[in-house]
Design a protein around this ligand. Structure first.
Ligand code: NAD
Length: 354
């Protein structure tokens, strides 16, 4: 079990340290090697995804990532920005399937901005395509062009998917739905975008191989509304890179805190990059306030999906449930009467529960 650890920027090193402590406490014989990604890599080498990290990530069975980015790197040329490192690692490793569970723990029902009866018992899985769509499409850029007789700046991106890219993410989503409540909702914008008409056609074709899963379709604008109107109608949602980026953050907030949500990004052989859904939270970095639970739960996903160790994964998830039941809360999920703790103390509580 070779794991490449990429703490990254901002709160990344703080939350990854707690997740690594949890992983090591399980004594599964993991080999961990740490490398640079994001802004810290730019500072050290001039590149967000240096060659040494590239090699380590390629050789590893799984990667544990904190988060990258921060305002100090926002003015760098685009190819040097920390987020470029993230896109590059996903693309290099072919991590096309992003799995983001949005689960509302009963103890945190009050943390959601939605009424408890709307979100109580929520358990959704969003499957987002991660290596295609408008985020990678060429041509792209900002150019000066003569428009209406005047030289103007002109911005453009290209949305495209081929049918094999669509089919393989649909297959991941159908398989995931099979292990859950057997309901899959595919989200597109087929009334306006041809690319997503193809998406819907391929979704319908793929459904023929999964007669035991109920497939439905929603347009993305409706899906955004339904997620806050009646989120419990969903089991698994599958969508492209752009729509998935937005809908998965919306789903995250249904659960109260983005600090609770893990994610997995998998290739065709279940090699995966595991990271919390949130960013580097520069506003609280270095203060010991960040919630490490999303990163700890990302380790559970790693054990489940890459190392097929369901019992170790459940063990971590049970420990997290236990610390919530015991009343431990970081600032982002704080409640009246709770036991307020920082990053390290939350890690300690999970270790004690383990
Ligand atoms: P963010 O997720 O970093 O922060 C949004 C808010 O949530 C902030 O108030 C932050 O304090 C809070 N928050 C986030 N994680 C938390 C945690 N674990 N515990 C407690 N509170 C938490 O999003 P942002 O502010 O839009 O972005 C900050 C930086 O992160 C930017 O540079 C952005 O590009 C980067 N980013 C990186 C990733 C990634 O590495 N995958 C994802 C999103 C954003």
């Amino acid at each position: 079990m070779n794991i490449c650890v990429l703490p990254g920027d901002g709160i990344g090193p703080e939350i990854v340290a707690e997740a690594v402590r949890v992983l090591q406490a399980l004594e599964l014989g993991c080999e961990l090697e740490t490398a640079l990604l994001g802004g810290c890599a730019v500072d050290a080498t001039g590149e967000p995804y240096p060659e040494a990290t590239r090699r380590l990530a390629e050789q590893a069975d799984a990667i544990l990532l904190g988060a990258v980015g921060g305002p100090q790197w926002d003015r760098l040329p685009r190819h040097q920005r920390p987020e470029r490192g993230l896109l590059a690692i996903r693309q290099q490793l072919g991590l096309f399937a992003n799995l983001r569970p949005a689960v509302l723990y009963p103890e945190l029902a009050d943390a959601s901005t939605l009424k408890p009866e709307v979100v109580a018992g929520l358990d959704i899985l969003i499957v987002r395509e991660l290596t295609g769509d408008i985020y990678f499409g060429q041509p792209r850029g900002i150019e000066s062009r003569e428009i209406n007789g005047r030289l103007q700046r002109y911005g453009f991106n290209t949305m495209h998917y081929d049918e094999s890219e669509i089919r393989r993410i649909l297959q991941v989503a159908f398989e995931a739905a099979r292990k859950r409540r057997r309901k899959l909702c595919s989200v597109d914008k087929m009334n306006v975008l041809e690319t997503t008409q193809l998406w819907r056609d391929v979704a319908n074709e793929t459904a023929a191989d999964y007669p035991d899963v109920e497939l439905s379709h929603q347009l993305v604008d409706n899906a955004a509304m339904q997620l806050v109107r009646n989120p419990k109608q969903f089991d698994v949602i599958v969508t492209g890179n752009l729509f998935g980026d937005i809908l998965s953050d919306e789903a995250a907030m249904l659960t109260g805190s983005i600090g609770m949500l893990p994610s997995a990004s998998l290739d065709e052989h279940n090699k995966g990059l595991y990271e919390p859904c949130h960013g580097s939270a520069p506003d609280i970095a270095g203060k010991g306030l960040a919630n490490p639970l999303a990163t700890i739960l990302s380790v559970a996903m790693m054990l489940r999906y890459t190392f097929a160790n369901e019992s170790a994964a459940s063990h971590i998830e049970s420990a997290v449930k236990k610390v919530l039941a015991q009343g431990y809360r970081t600032a982002d999920i704080d409640q009246p009467g709770a036991q307020r703790v920082g990053t390290r103390a939350m890690g300690d509580a999970v270790l004690a529960a383990l």
